[in-house]
Design a protein around this ligand. Structure first.
Ligand code: MN
Ligand code: MN
Length: 313
């Protein structure tokens, strides 16, 4: 039998994230990347089910060395792409169950997890799996929207506008260590923001970000979160639709790509235990602008994990 020749061209071969090995089990890997192709709970434009595939394709040009952070995450970490978790399109509760089980299997194997959405409802079962391992989590939540509604549809507790209220109710996150960053845009009324703040979240609107600046925002995140195990959830609509048009509920007047990168890089050294990046909707993504940014943000997540490992070693 001849040994297959490794295809060195970034555009050839099977599109795993960052061209890392494809694996069936997380066993032996520091970090597992999974897709969560579910968009059954969006309130406007659907399409985020195609997000994981698009992010993988646009990750092929990540050469490996992060010049801003001075680290090569794929060298420091053993990273695998585990493909996609199972979803059941017409049933959100069953889908969440599958996501939680799949995520728990990976965490139990001793691997960290980076999940590619999918709509923002998938963060709830991901938080369930992470809280089972780490206890109540701090939450660093980048988004244009608070996602703390009680219900977007009468009698429906689960959708992409409710995951973090449910997470607080289920004690998956500690509201005193919950920071939302990038919130903006029109809402039904002032109660949308007041609800989130009333639940205990520290809401940093996009306007506040512009007023107090990047360093003060990062300081406020660290002040709230401290050394607690923290989960990072990044809704790509935190970024301005001029930079990230491929998403379901765009809100104008948000972060530039560079600001978003700087915010993520600024989390260096924190006790980050899990990551997701959600709401990339390729049908609205001309020239793959949004998926390219998403792939680079996941590369920044990996760099944070690698830097922490380098510190601990
Ligand atoms: Mn969201
Ligand atoms: Mn959003």
């Amino acid at each position: 039998m001849t040994t297959p020749v490794f295809a060195a061209q970034p555009y050839s071969g099977i599109a795993s994230f960052g061209r890392v090995p494809i694996a069936r089990s997380a066993e032996g890997y520091d970090v597992s990347i999974v897709g969560v192709p579910y968009d059954g709970s969006v309130s406007y434009r659907s399409g985020a089910r195609f997000g994981p595939r698009a992010i993988r394709e646009q990750s092929l040009l990540l050469w490996g060395y992060n010049n801003a952070q001075k680290i090569a995450p794929f060298k420091v970490l053993k990273v695998a792409d585990l493909g996609d978790l199972d979803v059941i399109p017409p049933d959100i509760v069953a889908t969440h169950h599958e996501i939680e089980q799949g995520a728990s299997r990976i965490l139990t194997a001793g691997s960290m997890l980076i999940s590619l959405g999918g709509d923002h409802s998938v963060s709830l079962p991901l938080l369930r799996a992470h809280a089972k391992k780490h206890g109540p989590l701090a939450l660093i939540h980048f988004d244009a929207h608070p996602d703390t509604w009680d219900s977007e549809y009468p009698g429906q507790r689960y959708s992409h506008g409710t995951p973090f209220r449910r997470a607080i109710e289920e004690s998956l996150i500690d509201p005193s260590a919950y920071v939302q960053i990038g919130i903006r845009g029109p809402t039904n009324g002032p109660e949308d923001y007041l609800d989130a703040i009333g639940l205990g979240a520290r809401m940093i609107t996009f306007d506040e970000f512009r007023q107090i600046g990047l360093e003060n925002v990062l300081h406020e995140i660290r002040r709230r979160v401290g050394s607690r195990p923290a989960y990072v959830t990044l809704d790509i609509d935190a970024v301005d639709p001029a930079f990230a048009p491929g998403t379901g509920t765009p809100e104008v007047g948000g972060f530039s790509s560079y600001e978003m990168l700087q915010l993520v890089r600024g989390l260096t050294g924190m006790n980050l235990v899990g990551f997701d990046l959600v709401e990339v909707a390729p049908p609205f993504d001309p020239a793959n602008i949004t998926a390219i940014l998403a792939a680079n943000l996941v590369f920044e997540f990996l760099s944070l994990i690698a830097l922490r490992k380098a510190i601990e070693a």
